[in-house]
Design a protein around this ligand. Structure first.
Ligand code: AQP
Length: 344
């Protein structure tokens, strides 16, 4: 397959309750990647409307996620930071992919099953076709790397299937137009580190999620020090002391989760954490975790609140980012239209 220039793309939905899972599973990786790659970071507002949204809240949450990006250390001058709906290439390519992707593929997506629940007939068509739009988000930039949490792995596999099928279906046209044997790269997910799947603080078998009705299940980036402390102290654990090695965490999902969170916040491995805390009870470990979480998340949360209040600045970042994103996306969409045989 042709070699593609390395480019990172990832997106976050503006759906409120931005939490520790989003931060450790996505944002921390986004920040790390900017030293090594050109990166495109998107607030995916078109994904958000696959479930009902209040317009005023959608605007507020779009600014909140953008503020979270910037407060975490993403540099909007070096990287492209924007919101999806300002660049029409996402929707255009998503339609093309609706015609490439197969019903059988979408039927296997577990996120749709979880989110639609029992009332499938009443779910929006957008929620069902969500992974096709996600493939378009990534491939409209011909991005090669996608930092995400574990929960997005299946959608990334689908993105690769769509890219592969498009490359195969239109191979002759792609070759004739001088793009070699593939127009789209097969993007690689980047899912690594000790907190690729942060679990609910109330139930170690469920992932930490924006839509969990219990606010005690998650630490929000907007929580203050008291709220962080209270949530960690109330987090579910088991009666045993912490083990000294990773293997001792098996079958103890709540313990494993808190150790993973500690490791990710500290930038070390779970084994390192257990070397330090093995044999200790949860109350002393939780106290150390509270101190660490407040030290790491507190400054991000307050910077986020400060930025979020400055609508003019945030909207300007998004507008300028969208201008840069649009340039790449329209260039690639012109090529896609030529490949498909659309007259322009
Ligand atoms: N619990 C998690 N652990 C690690 N990473 C996570 N991500 C989400 N939850 C966790 C990662 O955060 C990024 C942004 O995801 P999104 O904006 O698409 O949000 P989401 O996945 O819809 O978030 P939730 O909380 O899971 O929302 P609901 O409650 O609606 O299902 C992605 O990279 C994701 O992997």
């Amino acid at each position: 397959m042709a070699a593609f220039p390395q480019l990172v793309f990832s997106g976050v939905q503006p759906t409120g309750n931005f939490h520790l899972g989003n931060y450790l599973g996505a944002l921390v990786k986004f920040v790390e990647m900017q030293a090594k790659y050109d990166c495109v970071y998107c607030v995916v507002d078109m994904h958000a409307i696959t479930v009902p949204q209040d317009p005023a809240e959608l605007t507020m949450h779009t600014r909140e996620v953008t503020a979270a990006f910037l407060a975490s250390g993403i540099d909007p001058k070096k990287n492209i930071v924007f919101n999806q709906s300002q660049v029409s290439g996402h929707a255009e390519l998503a339609w093309v992919f609706n015609c490439v992707s197969r019903l059988g593929w979408l039927n296997r997506m577990t996120q749709f099953k979880e989110k639609a629940g029992k009332d499938r007939e009443n779910a929006s068509v957008g929620l069902y076709a969500y992974p096709n739009l996600m493939a378009a988000d990534i491939l409209v930039y011909r991005a090669t790397h996608v930092p995400v949490g574990e929960d997005q792995k299946q959608h990334l596999e689908l993105t690769r299937d769509i890219a592969q099928k498009f490359n195969n279906d239109f191979a002759a046209s792609i070759e004739r137009l001088g793009y070699g044997d593939a127009f789209f790269p097969l993007p690689e997910p980047i899912i690594q580190g000790p907190a690729t799947r942060v679990m609910s603080l109330r139930d170690g078998s469920k992932k930490m999620s924006k839509s969990d009705p219990s606010d005690y299940s998650r630490i929000n980036l907007s929580d203050d020090a008291d709220q962080i402390a209270q949530k960690i102290r109330k987090a579910k654990t088991d009666p045993d002391a912490l083990p000294s090695e990773n293997a001792g965490l098996s079958g103890r999902p709540e313990a494993e989760n808190l150790v993973g969170v500690f490791a990710a916040l500290q930038g070390v491995t779970k084994d390192d954490v257990l070397k330090q805390f093995g044999g200790q009870n949860f109350s002393s470990f939780k106290s150390a975790l509270v101190d660490l979480a407040v030290a790491k998340l507190g400054p991000v949360g307050s910077e986020m609140k400060r930025l979020q209040a400055d609508h003019a600045y945030i909207d300007d970042v998004l507008r300028k980012g969208a201008d840069r994103a649009r340039e790449i996306a329209s260039h690639n969409m012109t090529a896609v239209k030529d490949i498909l045989g659309f007259v322009r």
